[in-house]
Design a protein. Structure first.
Length: 341
Protein backbone atom coordinates (compact mmCIF):
# COMPACT_ATOMS: atom_id res chain seq x y z
CA UNK A 1 0.00 0.00 0.00
CA UNK A 2 2.69 2.49 1.01
CA UNK A 3 4.90 1.51 -1.90
CA UNK A 4 2.36 2.82 -4.43
CA UNK A 5 0.39 5.25 -2.21
CA UNK A 6 -2.91 3.40 -2.47
CA UNK A 7 -5.76 5.09 -0.64
CA UNK A 8 -6.37 2.06 1.60
CA UNK A 9 -5.29 -1.56 1.95
CA UNK A 10 -8.59 -2.89 0.60
CA UNK A 11 -7.73 -1.46 -2.83
CA UNK A 12 -5.04 -4.14 -3.30
CA UNK A 13 -5.73 -7.79 -4.18
CA UNK A 14 -3.09 -10.53 -4.13
CA UNK A 15 -2.44 -13.00 -6.96
CA UNK A 16 -0.05 -15.81 -7.79
CA UNK A 17 1.86 -13.64 -10.29
CA UNK A 18 1.63 -10.52 -12.43
CA UNK A 19 -0.01 -12.40 -15.30
CA UNK A 20 -3.05 -13.45 -13.28
CA UNK A 21 -3.32 -9.92 -11.90
CA UNK A 22 -3.35 -8.44 -15.40
CA UNK A 23 -5.89 -11.00 -16.58
CA UNK A 24 -8.14 -10.14 -13.63
CA UNK A 25 -7.88 -6.46 -14.51
CA UNK A 26 -8.58 -6.88 -18.24
CA UNK A 27 -11.36 -9.45 -18.08
CA UNK A 28 -12.78 -7.75 -15.02
CA UNK A 29 -13.50 -4.38 -16.60
CA UNK A 30 -13.91 -5.05 -20.34
CA UNK A 31 -17.38 -5.70 -21.77
CA UNK A 32 -18.72 -6.56 -25.21
CA UNK A 33 -18.52 -3.61 -27.60
CA UNK A 34 -15.77 -1.84 -25.66
CA UNK A 35 -12.69 -0.24 -27.17
CA UNK A 36 -9.18 -0.71 -25.76
CA UNK A 37 -5.94 1.11 -26.58
CA UNK A 38 -2.57 -0.48 -25.83
CA UNK A 39 0.98 -0.45 -27.18
CA UNK A 40 3.57 -2.60 -28.93
CA UNK A 41 5.85 -2.70 -25.88
CA UNK A 42 3.40 -4.75 -23.85
CA UNK A 43 4.17 -8.15 -22.41
CA UNK A 44 2.07 -11.08 -23.61
CA UNK A 45 0.31 -10.94 -20.24
CA UNK A 46 -1.48 -7.91 -21.69
CA UNK A 47 -1.39 -8.59 -25.42
CA UNK A 48 -2.73 -12.14 -25.32
CA UNK A 49 -5.83 -11.43 -23.21
CA UNK A 50 -6.62 -8.43 -25.38
CA UNK A 51 -6.04 -10.39 -28.60
CA UNK A 52 -8.30 -13.15 -27.31
CA UNK A 53 -11.07 -10.61 -26.70
CA UNK A 54 -10.48 -9.06 -30.14
CA UNK A 55 -10.55 -12.47 -31.85
CA UNK A 56 -13.84 -13.29 -30.15
CA UNK A 57 -15.29 -10.08 -31.51
CA UNK A 58 -15.77 -8.76 -28.00
CA UNK A 59 -13.66 -5.61 -28.29
CA UNK A 60 -12.19 -3.16 -30.78
CA UNK A 61 -8.44 -2.95 -30.21
CA UNK A 62 -5.83 -0.36 -31.18
CA UNK A 63 -2.16 -1.22 -30.68
CA UNK A 64 0.16 1.78 -30.94
CA UNK A 65 3.63 1.17 -32.36
CA UNK A 66 6.86 1.94 -30.57
CA UNK A 67 10.31 2.93 -31.80
CA UNK A 68 13.46 0.81 -31.66
CA UNK A 69 14.24 1.99 -28.14
CA UNK A 70 10.84 0.84 -26.91
CA UNK A 71 9.34 4.32 -26.53
CA UNK A 72 5.65 4.84 -27.29
CA UNK A 73 4.10 8.04 -28.64
CA UNK A 74 1.78 8.89 -25.74
CA UNK A 75 -0.09 11.53 -27.73
CA UNK A 76 -0.85 8.97 -30.43
CA UNK A 77 -2.31 6.67 -27.78
CA UNK A 78 -4.49 9.46 -26.45
CA UNK A 79 -5.67 10.36 -29.96
CA UNK A 80 -7.15 6.85 -30.29
CA UNK A 81 -9.28 7.26 -27.16
CA UNK A 82 -12.96 7.77 -27.99
CA UNK A 83 -16.33 7.55 -26.25
CA UNK A 84 -16.24 3.73 -26.30
CA UNK A 85 -12.71 3.42 -24.91
CA UNK A 86 -13.00 1.67 -21.57
CA UNK A 87 -9.31 0.92 -21.07
CA UNK A 88 -5.88 2.28 -21.91
CA UNK A 89 -3.18 -0.29 -21.07
CA UNK A 90 0.48 0.69 -21.01
CA UNK A 91 3.56 -0.86 -19.44
CA UNK A 92 5.45 1.56 -17.21
CA UNK A 93 8.76 0.11 -18.39
CA UNK A 94 9.69 -2.18 -21.27
CA UNK A 95 11.01 -5.58 -20.21
CA UNK A 96 13.05 -5.73 -23.45
CA UNK A 97 14.68 -2.29 -23.71
CA UNK A 98 14.20 -0.71 -20.29
CA UNK A 99 12.42 2.31 -21.80
CA UNK A 100 10.19 4.08 -19.26
CA UNK A 101 6.95 5.60 -20.50
CA UNK A 102 5.52 8.93 -19.36
CA UNK A 103 2.45 7.37 -17.77
CA UNK A 104 1.57 10.58 -15.94
CA UNK A 105 0.39 12.17 -19.19
CA UNK A 106 -2.16 9.41 -19.77
CA UNK A 107 -3.38 9.49 -16.19
CA UNK A 108 -3.87 13.24 -16.28
CA UNK A 109 -5.74 13.26 -19.60
CA UNK A 110 -8.26 10.53 -18.80
CA UNK A 111 -8.62 11.07 -15.06
CA UNK A 112 -12.03 12.74 -15.35
CA UNK A 113 -13.35 10.46 -18.10
CA UNK A 114 -14.95 7.02 -17.98
CA UNK A 115 -11.79 5.46 -19.42
CA UNK A 116 -9.66 3.42 -17.04
CA UNK A 117 -5.87 3.41 -17.06
CA UNK A 118 -4.15 0.03 -16.57
CA UNK A 119 -0.42 0.18 -15.88
CA UNK A 120 1.83 -2.89 -15.93
CA UNK A 121 4.54 -2.10 -13.37
CA UNK A 122 6.38 -5.42 -13.59
CA UNK A 123 9.70 -3.73 -14.40
CA UNK A 124 9.36 -0.64 -12.25
CA UNK A 125 7.73 -1.55 -8.93
CA UNK A 126 10.47 -1.26 -6.33
CA UNK A 127 12.84 0.53 -8.68
CA UNK A 128 10.99 3.73 -9.63
CA UNK A 129 8.69 5.78 -7.38
CA UNK A 130 5.03 5.06 -8.16
CA UNK A 131 2.16 7.11 -6.75
CA UNK A 132 -1.05 5.73 -8.24
CA UNK A 133 -3.14 8.65 -7.02
CA UNK A 134 -0.83 11.33 -8.36
CA UNK A 135 -0.29 9.47 -11.66
CA UNK A 136 -4.00 8.82 -12.21
CA UNK A 137 -3.54 5.05 -12.45
CA UNK A 138 -6.77 3.10 -11.97
CA UNK A 139 -5.34 -0.42 -12.21
CA UNK A 140 -1.74 -1.25 -11.41
CA UNK A 141 -0.46 -4.82 -11.69
CA UNK A 142 2.92 -6.28 -10.85
CA UNK A 143 4.62 -9.48 -9.74
CA UNK A 144 6.39 -9.50 -6.41
CA UNK A 145 9.58 -11.26 -7.43
CA UNK A 146 11.37 -8.49 -9.30
CA UNK A 147 12.17 -5.04 -7.93
CA UNK A 148 9.66 -5.44 -5.10
CA UNK A 149 11.92 -8.07 -3.49
CA UNK A 150 9.31 -10.83 -3.10
CA UNK A 151 9.46 -14.54 -3.92
CA UNK A 152 8.20 -16.14 -7.11
CA UNK A 153 4.50 -16.91 -7.03
CA UNK A 154 3.36 -13.50 -5.79
CA UNK A 155 1.57 -10.66 -7.53
CA UNK A 156 -0.76 -7.77 -6.86
CA UNK A 157 -3.41 -5.63 -8.46
CA UNK A 158 -4.31 -2.16 -7.27
CA UNK A 159 -7.91 -1.19 -8.08
CA UNK A 160 -8.96 2.43 -7.64
CA UNK A 161 -12.47 3.36 -6.47
CA UNK A 162 -13.23 4.42 -10.05
CA UNK A 163 -12.19 0.98 -11.36
CA UNK A 164 -13.91 -0.89 -8.52
CA UNK A 165 -17.26 0.50 -9.67
CA UNK A 166 -16.79 -1.30 -13.01
CA UNK A 167 -14.82 -4.36 -11.87
CA UNK A 168 -16.41 -7.81 -11.81
CA UNK A 169 -14.95 -11.09 -10.54
CA UNK A 170 -13.29 -13.49 -12.95
CA UNK A 171 -12.75 -16.38 -10.51
CA UNK A 172 -15.60 -17.52 -8.28
CA UNK A 173 -15.52 -19.36 -4.96
CA UNK A 174 -15.10 -18.96 -1.24
CA UNK A 175 -14.01 -15.64 0.17
CA UNK A 176 -14.67 -16.09 3.89
CA UNK A 177 -17.30 -13.37 3.76
CA UNK A 178 -20.99 -13.22 2.77
CA UNK A 179 -21.01 -17.02 2.68
CA UNK A 180 -24.80 -17.09 2.72
CA UNK A 181 -24.91 -15.47 -0.72
CA UNK A 182 -24.56 -17.43 -3.97
CA UNK A 183 -23.08 -14.29 -5.57
CA UNK A 184 -19.48 -13.19 -5.25
CA UNK A 185 -18.96 -10.14 -3.04
CA UNK A 186 -18.60 -6.98 -5.09
CA UNK A 187 -16.27 -5.26 -2.68
CA UNK A 188 -12.49 -5.23 -2.73
CA UNK A 189 -10.45 -7.28 -2.28
CA UNK A 190 -12.84 -10.23 -1.83
CA UNK A 191 -14.26 -9.95 -5.34
CA UNK A 192 -10.83 -10.84 -6.75
CA UNK A 193 -9.49 -13.19 -4.07
CA UNK A 194 -11.53 -16.39 -4.32
CA UNK A 195 -10.00 -19.34 -2.49
CA UNK A 196 -6.95 -19.54 -0.26
CA UNK A 197 -4.02 -17.25 -0.91
CA UNK A 198 -0.39 -18.34 -0.76
CA UNK A 199 0.09 -16.89 2.70
CA UNK A 200 3.71 -18.11 3.18
CA UNK A 201 4.74 -16.46 -0.11
CA UNK A 202 2.93 -13.24 0.81
CA UNK A 203 4.68 -13.26 4.19
CA UNK A 204 7.96 -13.65 2.34
CA UNK A 205 7.05 -10.72 0.13
CA UNK A 206 6.27 -8.64 3.20
CA UNK A 207 9.77 -9.39 4.50
CA UNK A 208 11.19 -8.29 1.16
CA UNK A 209 9.20 -5.07 1.30
CA UNK A 210 10.53 -4.41 4.80
CA UNK A 211 14.03 -4.73 3.39
CA UNK A 212 13.13 -2.41 0.52
CA UNK A 213 11.75 0.17 2.94
CA UNK A 214 15.01 0.04 4.89
CA UNK A 215 16.93 1.30 1.86
CA UNK A 216 17.56 4.99 1.28
CA UNK A 217 15.41 5.91 -1.78
CA UNK A 218 18.01 8.40 -3.01
CA UNK A 219 20.73 5.75 -2.77
CA UNK A 220 18.55 3.27 -4.67
CA UNK A 221 18.03 5.86 -7.42
CA UNK A 222 21.73 6.69 -7.59
CA UNK A 223 22.67 3.02 -7.86
CA UNK A 224 20.03 2.42 -10.54
CA UNK A 225 21.26 5.30 -12.70
CA UNK A 226 24.90 4.29 -12.17
CA UNK A 227 24.08 0.77 -13.39
CA UNK A 228 22.34 2.19 -16.47
CA UNK A 229 25.31 4.39 -17.28
CA UNK A 230 27.79 1.57 -16.79
CA UNK A 231 25.74 -0.71 -19.04
CA UNK A 232 25.66 1.98 -21.72
CA UNK A 233 29.38 2.62 -21.43
CA UNK A 234 30.44 -1.02 -21.56
CA UNK A 235 27.87 -2.69 -23.81
CA UNK A 236 27.76 0.08 -26.43
CA UNK A 237 31.43 -0.39 -27.28
CA UNK A 238 31.39 -4.08 -28.19
CA UNK A 239 32.17 -4.53 -31.92
CA UNK A 240 29.44 -6.12 -34.01
CA UNK A 241 26.76 -5.60 -31.40
CA UNK A 242 23.68 -3.37 -31.43
CA UNK A 243 22.81 -2.47 -27.86
CA UNK A 244 19.57 -0.95 -26.58
CA UNK A 245 19.87 0.16 -22.98
CA UNK A 246 17.39 1.83 -20.67
CA UNK A 247 18.23 5.28 -19.34
CA UNK A 248 16.20 4.82 -16.15
CA UNK A 249 16.05 1.03 -15.79
CA UNK A 250 19.19 -1.14 -15.91
CA UNK A 251 17.95 -3.39 -18.70
CA UNK A 252 20.05 -4.00 -21.81
CA UNK A 253 19.11 -5.89 -24.98
CA UNK A 254 21.94 -6.91 -27.29
CA UNK A 255 21.75 -8.09 -30.91
CA UNK A 256 24.70 -9.83 -32.57
CA UNK A 257 25.46 -9.76 -36.29
CA UNK A 258 25.06 -13.31 -37.65
CA UNK A 259 25.36 -14.85 -34.16
CA UNK A 260 22.49 -16.45 -32.26
CA UNK A 261 21.68 -14.87 -28.88
CA UNK A 262 20.70 -18.30 -27.55
CA UNK A 263 24.26 -19.52 -28.18
CA UNK A 264 25.60 -16.54 -26.28
CA UNK A 265 23.27 -17.22 -23.39
CA UNK A 266 24.36 -20.85 -23.13
CA UNK A 267 28.05 -19.93 -23.26
CA UNK A 268 27.73 -17.12 -20.73
CA UNK A 269 26.07 -19.57 -18.36
CA UNK A 270 28.39 -22.52 -18.87
CA UNK A 271 31.71 -20.68 -19.16
CA UNK A 272 31.22 -17.60 -16.99
CA UNK A 273 28.30 -18.34 -14.66
CA UNK A 274 26.38 -15.33 -15.99
CA UNK A 275 22.61 -15.74 -16.30
CA UNK A 276 20.83 -13.87 -19.09
CA UNK A 277 17.59 -14.23 -21.05
CA UNK A 278 17.53 -14.84 -24.80
CA UNK A 279 14.78 -14.58 -27.41
CA UNK A 280 11.62 -12.48 -27.64
CA UNK A 281 11.03 -12.16 -23.89
CA UNK A 282 7.24 -12.71 -24.19
CA UNK A 283 6.94 -9.31 -25.89
CA UNK A 284 6.88 -10.05 -29.60
CA UNK A 285 5.66 -6.73 -31.03
CA UNK A 286 8.54 -4.61 -29.76
CA UNK A 287 11.01 -6.64 -31.82
CA UNK A 288 9.92 -5.46 -35.25
CA UNK A 289 11.33 -1.92 -34.82
CA UNK A 290 14.43 -3.40 -33.17
CA UNK A 291 14.93 -5.71 -36.15
CA UNK A 292 14.55 -2.77 -38.56
CA UNK A 293 17.13 -0.79 -36.59
CA UNK A 294 19.56 -3.69 -36.81
CA UNK A 295 18.99 -4.06 -40.56
CA UNK A 296 19.80 -0.37 -41.00
CA UNK A 297 23.15 -1.16 -39.37
CA UNK A 298 23.79 -3.88 -41.95
CA UNK A 299 22.70 -6.84 -39.85
CA UNK A 300 20.99 -9.84 -41.44
CA UNK A 301 17.21 -9.52 -41.18
CA UNK A 302 16.62 -13.23 -41.77
CA UNK A 303 18.74 -14.25 -38.78
CA UNK A 304 17.12 -11.98 -36.22
CA UNK A 305 15.71 -14.17 -33.44
CA UNK A 306 15.40 -11.72 -30.59
CA UNK A 307 17.88 -10.25 -28.17
CA UNK A 308 20.18 -11.23 -25.36
CA UNK A 309 18.87 -9.37 -22.34
CA UNK A 310 20.78 -8.48 -19.21
CA UNK A 311 18.92 -7.09 -16.20
CA UNK A 312 20.49 -5.61 -13.08
CA UNK A 313 18.80 -5.57 -9.68
CA UNK A 314 19.17 -4.04 -6.24
CA UNK A 315 22.19 -6.22 -5.42
CA UNK A 316 24.00 -5.92 -8.76
CA UNK A 317 27.38 -4.21 -8.59
CA UNK A 318 29.25 -2.16 -11.17
CA UNK A 319 32.11 -4.70 -11.32
CA UNK A 320 29.55 -7.37 -12.23
CA UNK A 321 28.50 -5.25 -15.21
CA UNK A 322 32.14 -4.96 -16.22
CA UNK A 323 32.57 -8.72 -15.89
CA UNK A 324 29.55 -9.41 -18.10
CA UNK A 325 30.71 -6.92 -20.74
CA UNK A 326 34.20 -8.43 -20.84
CA UNK A 327 32.77 -11.93 -21.19
CA UNK A 328 30.46 -10.88 -24.02
CA UNK A 329 33.29 -9.05 -25.79
CA UNK A 330 35.54 -12.10 -25.60
CA UNK A 331 32.80 -14.40 -26.87
CA UNK A 332 32.01 -12.09 -29.80
CA UNK A 333 35.64 -12.14 -30.86
CA UNK A 334 35.99 -15.91 -30.38
CA UNK A 335 32.77 -16.83 -32.22
CA UNK A 336 33.45 -14.38 -35.05
CA UNK A 337 36.89 -15.90 -35.59
CA UNK A 338 35.38 -19.40 -35.54
CA UNK A 339 32.78 -18.52 -38.19
CA UNK A 340 35.39 -16.83 -40.40
CA UNK A 341 37.92 -19.68 -40.18
Amino acid sequence: MRLINAGKADEIAFFSNGTTALNAAIFGVVRSGDHVVTSAIEHNSVLRPLEELRARGTIRLDVIDCDASGCVDIQQMLERVDDRTVLVALAHGSNVTGAVQDVAVIGEKIRESNTLFLCDAAQTLGYLPIDVQMLGIDLLAAPGHKGACGPLGTGMLYVSPKATARMRPTVFGGTGSLSESMQMPLRMPEMLEAGNLNVPAIAGWNAGLEYLRSLDPSAVAETRIALCERMSDRFSNIPGVVSIIGEQLPIASLVFDDLEPSLFGALLDSEFGIDVRCGLHCAALVHEPIRHACVSRGFSASRYSGTLRLSAGHSTSLPQIDEAASAIHDLVVELSQTENS
